[in-house]
Write a protein of this length. Structure first.
Lengths: 284, 292
């Protein structure tokens, strides 16, 4: 890939593009970090710089019974929901990914439905799922209709990641295990899952974070109790105090922990593997 | 390859059954519901009622405002597409061709993708303390003395909407373009250079054609995401901008699902046409299900 053995002098284009890259990263992260900083202001603060004092006031206000709504409850729904979505996304995507290695009757339509689900505006699917529940006389709730809405967003990503991972998976390993008398479950448990583990962690990362942050697909489907992104939206439209930034900081801190743990785990597995056998890292 | 025995085939269908069930329940049936509801009647007092009328479509298609909504939606999509393509292409090119160490390239690539795993709504509101009338950028501009009064069009304007879209969606360009660039055989570039091709010719005759599939895929994502957005237009537009989906969002606010449904059906047709046009350029299925 990008590794070159010839170490010639850098061309001027390198420096131009490197500067462009740095500017892009500042553009990408700068605003995010400015609101994290602003969430640590004192009690009499506003929504913009300069910083007015330094305190944890707005974090305390968030979980006190201020007018900020049910933040604790929103976390209490969004985190379990994200864990359920993560689990289902991993099981369904890995299973379907294995099947998709061969063409089967209906493989094309199924693939296109999955891709369509990425392209259809989230709010449109949200309305459709909500209306479906209404037609059946069911009540929408975060653990039913919103769960389904989130799966419609996470499954296509899970499937595409499994495609990429399985493209580098040698089916001969499976056959060899089977020839040695391994049962289907043993092949899965001792051969397929260990080899695919980095990819499976990536699917889990997508499953959790995409559900945890999903707003448009939750709008009609979450029912009477808000998930976290809906709570944030309510604050965006109602509240003009740094409490909003504090909520954003807490929410994103959790995201960063999940991202760090997942990427760290993938990196660790890859390093251990390249230590055991000298070969190209498989990448995630 | 071994023959596909009935047992093997049975296992394959068992393996895709959960995915099939999930997609039918939460994608196919909801889309059918949207189409169905778009034929219902709506009354402010009793709400939506089952029916089979074309009034909602007539209303959507004859309303002058619809044309404005599509004008705004397509304008945003075109501008954001051009900007994200420009930025995404050069970022991907830098990572794939200029960073010599593979691990560093992957690391920098991850730096570009991490925001994808955080909340879009939060990343959107992050711009408020920067762009506002008393925001950081206005303070800086006045501090340097470029302007005497705060610039008002930075926040709650079309400028803010576009800036936010570019901030949120550029990574959807970077990832697929980087993917296709990473697969370009470096010896092709060497060969072109040895044959006397300059920087420009290598770019236009080797790199761009071989990155085409990634560019097309990124374009599909960016256009679909921009056309499907409503909350950036709602918040960053400051109530002065609207697009098709934000109009649907307003319909839902008054529970007028039939009108929102008709709006959605028309939008889905338009998006499908645009996506199909982009897909004609390249076989996206082959690209997504690569290496087979």
């Amino acid at each position: 890939m990008a590794g070159r053995t010839t170490h010639k002098k850098r061309e001027w284009t390198f420096y131009v593009l490197a500067a462009f890259f740095v500017l892009f990263v500042i553009f990408l992260y700068g605003p995010m970090f400015s609101i994290y900083v602003l969430s640590f202001q004192g009690p009499n603060a506003g929504l913009t710089f300069p910083m007015q004092g330094f305190s944890l006031h707005w974090f305390a206000a968030l979980f006190g019974q201020a007018r900020t709504g049910d933040i604790g409850g929103a976390f209490g729904r969004s985190i379990p929901l994200a864990i359920i979505v993560l689990s289902l996304t991993v099981v369904i995507s890995v299973s379907a990914g294995l099947a998709f290695r061969r063409r089967f009757l209906g493989s094309s339509p199924l693939f296109y439905i999955a891709v369509a689900s990425l392209i259809v505006p989230g709010l449109v699917l949200s309305i459709g799922i909500g209306q479906g529940f209404t037609a059946l006389g069911l009540r929408t709730a975060w653990w039913s209709s919103a769960l389904g809405a989130h799966l419609s967003w996470t499954l296509p990503f899970g499937l595409l990641i499994m495609f990429a991972v399985l493209a580098r998976f040698n089916p001969a390993l499976e056959e060899a295990a089977r020839d040695q008398g391994a049962t289907n479950v043993q092949v899965l448990r001792y051969v397929v899952i260990p080899i695919l583990l980095p990819g499976i962690i990536a699917v889990a990362l997508f499953g959790f974070t995409l559900s945890y942050d999903e707003f448009p697909r939750s709008w009609v489907t979450a029912g009477t109790k808000n998930t976290l992104p809906l709570e944030i939206w309510t604050m965006v439209t109602n509240i003009t105090s740094p409490a909003l930034y504090a909520l954003a900081t807490v929410t994103t801190a959790l995201s960063f922990i999940i991202i760090g743990v997942s990427l760290g785990a993938i990196a660790m597995i890859q390093r251990r593997r390249s230590g055991q056998v000298k070969r190209k890292p498989a990448g995630g | 390859m071994q023959s596909s025995t009935p047992a093997r085939r049975g296992r394959i269908y068992l393996q895709v059954a959960p995915l099939t069930i999930a997609l039918v329940l939460f994608v196919v049936i909801p889309l059918i519901m949207i189409v169905t509801v778009s034929f219902f009647t709506f009354d402010f007092v009793i709400g939506a009622q089952p029916s089979f009328i074309f009034d909602n479509f007539v209303e959507v298609l004859t309303d002058n405002n619809t044309l404005n909504l599509y004008g705004a939606t397509l304008k945003f999509a075109a501008i954001v597409w051009a900007l994200t393509l420009f930025i995404g292409f050069w970022i991907a090119y830098f990572l794939a061709f200029h960073v010599r160490n593979l691990l560093i390239a992957i690391g920098l690539f991850l730096v570009c993708t991490v925001p994808f795993w955080t909340s879009n709504v939060i990343r959107m509101i992050s711009w408020i303390p920067l762009l506002g009338k008393e925001g950081l950028i206005n303070q800086a501009l006045m501090g340097i003395g470029i302007v005497n009064e705060p610039v008002e069009w930075l926040l709650f304007s079309e400028f803010a909407v576009i800036l936010c879209y570019v901030n949120l969606f550029t990574l959807f360009m970077i990832v697929p373009i980087f993917n296709s660039m990473a697969r370009i055989d470096r010896s092709l570039v060497e060969a072109a250079r040895d044959a006397g091709a300059g920087r420009l010719r290598i770019m236009t005759e080797v790199i761009v054609p071989l990155s085409k599939s990634g560019i097309a895929l990124g374009s599909v994502f960016v256009v679909a995401l921009t056309m499907g957005d409503f909350f950036v237009v709602k918040i960053m537009g400051g109530g002065r901008s609207a697009n098709v989906v934000s109009a649907m969002f307003d319909d839902i606010g008054i529970l007028n699902y039939p009108h929102a449904g008709a709006q959605a059906v028309v939008l889905l047709i338009v998006v499908t046409l645009i996506v199909t046009a982009i897909m004609r350029v390249v076989d996206v299925r082959k690209e997504l299900a690569q290496a087979r």
